[in-house]
Design a binder for this molecule. Structure first.
Ligand code: SAH
Ligand code: SF4
Length: 343
């Protein structure tokens, strides 16, 4: 089987060039085609001689992704289904907002974590995405943003399918190619990793000095309640999470964003607001309250307007920095937690 060239380093490409009689600088040309120009075919690398293109074709492949299906919501949100080289499917979403053009991308095929409210959690995790597959989603969604809205992407959020911190190596490498001079040179300040809370990996982000935004899917701030909706809590207690977030903040000095879906009659009472408030006291943070997006076959509902208002009032009176995220693209199952490879 041919090797995927985007899995190897510039030095390894250089070695191949030298060993097969090509000039060394050809490796830099190829590298730049791959990561700067997002080229996915050796035949399109027009400054390479035909014989050099042939040499690369003989030894390597480029496992790119392609857009398989596109659906547009009445609110302008565009959901794409991407076909991977081994016929797996993942989804990504373009979300146009007033001042933002956000790409929401996937990190795994399916998810192993089974949060009870999430559509992706119902699909088993098949495999991790490679860094190039993550990068490709950004490129394809970015092309849509230009074509459809004449606006470049401003933000990237890892809020599609999968748990990014369980595919850490590839996610970090993808971020490198999205943000560095070697790649697309996007701003890391505009990238958000959303995690269900793997404390060990939150510490690793801090140790590695990864300067992206961190969003923690909290959804309940009492141990028992959180474990009942997010099984990952069993092995990552709130105390451990809190300590890892403190550690993260001490190193990275960036506010944490807590995500909190308001689930009707489950986590939307004043007791819950109090737990949330207490949890947020430990590290500088803001809270995004998220409207629940309905998922077929799941028995959860959005909180009532009255309860949401009381919840917000409780937190605001205590000075919490709160944002509210309404559903986007819900009519085409493109909203957070609805991605499940079906249309
Ligand atoms: N696995 C990571 C990132 C992908 S999920 C995580 O859990 O953080 C992205 C966000 O969508 C998370 O905050 C998740 O809790 C939220 N989400 C899942 N299902 C949802 C639903 N049905 N409605 C609203 N948000 C949902
Ligand atoms: Fe996985 Fe995130 Fe969905 Fe939980 S919310 S099942 S961690 S994708």
């Amino acid at each position: 089987m041919k090797k995927d060239i985007r899995e190897i380093s510039l030095d390894e490409i250089k070695d191949y060039c030298v060993s097969s009689g090509m000039k060394k600088y050809v490796s830099s040309q190829v590298y730049s085609w791959l990561w700067k120009k997002s080229c996915v075919s050796f035949d399109d690398m027009t400054n390479l001689s035909l014989s050099n293109r042939e040499l690369f074709n003989k030894k390597f492949t480029i496992n790119s992704i392609s857009t398989d299906l596109v659906e547009e919501s009445s609110d302008g949100t565009i959901k794409s289904r991407f076909l991977l080289h081994d016929n797996n499917l993942v989804e990504g979403v373009l979300i146009p907002q007033n001042k933002r053009m956000t790409a929401c991308i996937s990190s795994q095929v399916g998810c192993s974590l089974s949060c009870v409210f999430c559509a992706t959690g119902k699909i088993d995790r098949t495999r991790n995405l490679s860094s190039a597959e993550i990068y490709d989603q950004v490129v394809l969604i970015s092309n849509q943003a230009i074509k459809k809205y004449d606006t470049p992407l401003s933000n990237i959020v890892f809020m599609g399918m999968g748990e990014p911190l369980l595919n850490y190596k590839n996610v970090v490498r993808a971020i490198h190619y999205l943000t560095s001079e070697e790649g697309l040179n996007m701003s890391s300040r505009r990238i958000t990793l959303s995690t269900s809370g793997i404390s060990k990996m939150i510490r690793k982000i801090a140790d590695d000095g990864l300067k992206v935004n961190l969003a923690l899917s909290l959804h309940a701030a009492s141990e028992e309640k959180r474990n009942s909706i997010m099984p990952i809590g069993e092995s990552n207690s709130l105390t451990e999470l809190r300590d890892s977030l403190k550690y993260y903040f001490s190193k990275i000095k960036k506010k944490i964003t807590y995500e909190y879906i308001l689930l009707k009659d489950i986590n939307d009472g004043l007791e819950d607001a109090k737990d949330l408030y207490n949890f947020t006291k430990h590290v500088p943070s803001k809270v995004n309250l998220i409207e629940y997006n309905l998922v077929d076959g799941l028995d959860y509902d959005k909180s009532s307007v009255e309860k949401v208002n009381l919840f917000i009032e409780y937190l605001e009176r205590r000075g919490l920095n709160i944002g509210i995220r309404r559903s986007r693209g819900e009519d085409i199952n493109a909203a957070c937690g609805q991605l499940a490879n079906k249309n």
